[in-house]
Design a protein around this ligand. Structure first.
Ligand code: GLY
Ligand code: MN
Ligand code: MN
Length: 485
């Protein structure tokens, strides 16, 4: 296979040995053709044209640029694993690590064009395929060539090197999804650039178009939930070994993440494994503590599928296999709040309704137990919110390609909007009773409980996608007992 030589020298490491002309000439010869199977298509292929058409329709007569993103250095000459931006993945179906630097352009007439770095040419003046640590086929694996990528996606493809030409000279009104590809951002920052970066409307529309999930997306999310369920069971089975390890939280992080990498693309976000008072830190991802058999374990984790849809589930488990009386009391209050939140989910309900329903239960419970020294009514008044000292965050969010999905949607379509069939979201109330909180009786200090489930809004309510994981204290004890033998 031949192709155009890369205009830039290969990304080699300081410890790579020089290459002689004889070796370079030898490397350019005698490679058998290895075409991709002709029938291969991206997952979700059928849905993509309508997505791109909906985007084009929102900006008639404009050129829209949606980059996949760039590699980020982790250490010296080693990069973080690459994951394409969710909007790019949603519009193209291209979800692989090979999408580094690729760019989707939707032209003013609505035609989509993919600007890609094709498969490394073999020879023809290019040594990329065997010398380039970032993009060489022998270093990071094979990419499709332009014709293959066109067949895979149904989108016209051109070489990435041609993007610069497209963005210089006279241009139609152009919007760039900013903050994804620093090189394109820099281009847009030039005084002469016709490119409008930092454009909130493109970002918002891309988020809003993704709010309602189609049937295939719901299937992908269910797959993510099902793999996550398996990962939670793995963690419970691993508890005896983790309890013996001096950093049992890390041990369990590895257990869950192994499942996530084995079944999907990986964890959809950094896995939270919080033992005892660590559970009072909402996003405890240090995971460097030991496990104490008398305490609770909060596990907040999600498998991201190969198609990049993620689950987001939390269970709070007694490490001994049995809740103590106090642990059970706190747990049951959170569970009641979650039940109230779930009961408020239906098409047409305000997005904030489920949060308010859950918070009413929390405030009433805290007032009844004497923790809250004002009435629930008083606490729930917007001028007060005193109950929030113990619960801190909102009770859920949209879920999809991103764990906090569609976060750039405008308030009127999301936070101040209404629920619709096909929305997928979490309901995740919690109580976080800080270990140093002097308003609390000693026995409550250092208990953190969150219960988080994933739900899809249906025609007349909501379906619990994560129902395979028990939520009641009795159900959890029985499930753990079964797994631990
Ligand atoms: N795992 C992050 C969240 O629950 O929102
Ligand atoms: Mn969540
Ligand atoms: Mn979570």
């Amino acid at each position: 296979m031949t192709g155009r030589p890369s205009p830039i020298p290969p990304n080699t490491g300081s410890h790579d040995l020089p290459v002689s002309p004889a070796l370079d000439a030898f490397m350019a010869t005698a490679w058998a053709p290895t075409p991709l199977p002709a029938e291969d298509r991206v997952a979700g292929y059928a849905a993509m044209p309508a997505r791109r058409a909906a985007l084009a329709a929102a900006f008639p007569g404009e050129r829209l640029i949606v980059p996949a993103g760039r590699l980020k250095v982790r250490t010296n000459d080693c990069d973080h694993r690459f994951r394409p931006h969710s909007a790019y993945a949603w519009l193209t179906g291209l979800t692989g690590e090979d999408q580094v630097g690729h760019v989707l352009v939707v032209e003013p007439d609505g035609e989509a064009v993919l600007h890609l770095r094709p498969r490394s040419p073999r020879g023809g003046g290019s040594s990329e395929f065997y010398r380039d640590r970032r993009y060489g086929e022998f270093w990071v694996g094979r990419r499709p060539d332009l014709a293959e990528a066109e067949r895979l996606t149904g989108v016209r493809t051109v070489h990435l090197d041609d993007l610069g030409k497209l963005l210089t000279g006279p241009q139609p009104p152009t919007r760039l999804l900013a903050g994804v590809d620093p090189e394109l951002d820099a281009l847009a920052g030039r005084p002469s650039a016709a490119l409008r970066a930092g454009d909130d409307r493109l970002e918002a529309v891309l988020a809003e178009l993704r709010l309602v999930k189609d049937a295939w997306e719901v299937e992908q999310l269910q797959l993510a939930v099902d793999h996550t369920t398996a990962g939670f069971a793995d963690v419970v089975r691993e508890l005896p070994a983790a309890l013996r390890h001096h950093r049992g939280e890390r041990w369990l992080e590895g257990t869950f993440d192994r499942r996530a990498r084995a079944e999907g693309n990986g964890p959809g976000y950094e896995t939270i494994v919080a033992s005892g008072a660590h559970a009072c830190v909402l996003h405890w991802i240090r995971n460097d503590g030991p496990l104490d058999a008398s305490r609770l374990l909060l596990l907040d984790a999600g498998v991201e599928t190969d198609t990049l849809y993620t689950a987001d589930i939390t269970r709070t488990l007694p490490l001994s296999g049995r809740f103590t009386g106090v642990q059970r009391e706190v747990y049951e209050l959170v569970l009641a709040a979650q039940e109230a939140g779930i009961a408020a989910l239906r098409p047409g309900a305000s997005f904030r309704d489920f949060h308010h329903a859950a918070m009413r239960v929390v405030a009433e419970g805290l007032a009844a137990s004497g923790v809250l020294r004002v009435s629930a009514e008083e606490a729930l008044h917007t001028d007060s919110g005193l109950h929030r000292r113990y619960t801190l965050c909102s009770s859920g969010h949209m879920l999809g390609l991103d764990v906090h999905d569609c976060a750039k949607a405008r308030a009127e379509t999301y936070l101040d909007g209404v629920l619709a069939e096909g929305h997928v979201l979490t309901v995740e109330p919690g109580l976080y009773l800080q270990p140093d909180d002097e308003t609390l009786p000693l026995e409550l200090r250092g208990i953190g409980v969150r219960i988080e489930d994933d739900l899809v809004i249906t025609a007349d309510g909501a379906r619990l996608m994560s129902s395979a994981l028990p939520r009641t204290p009795d159900g959890i004890e029985e499930w753990m007992g079964g797994l631990l033998g």
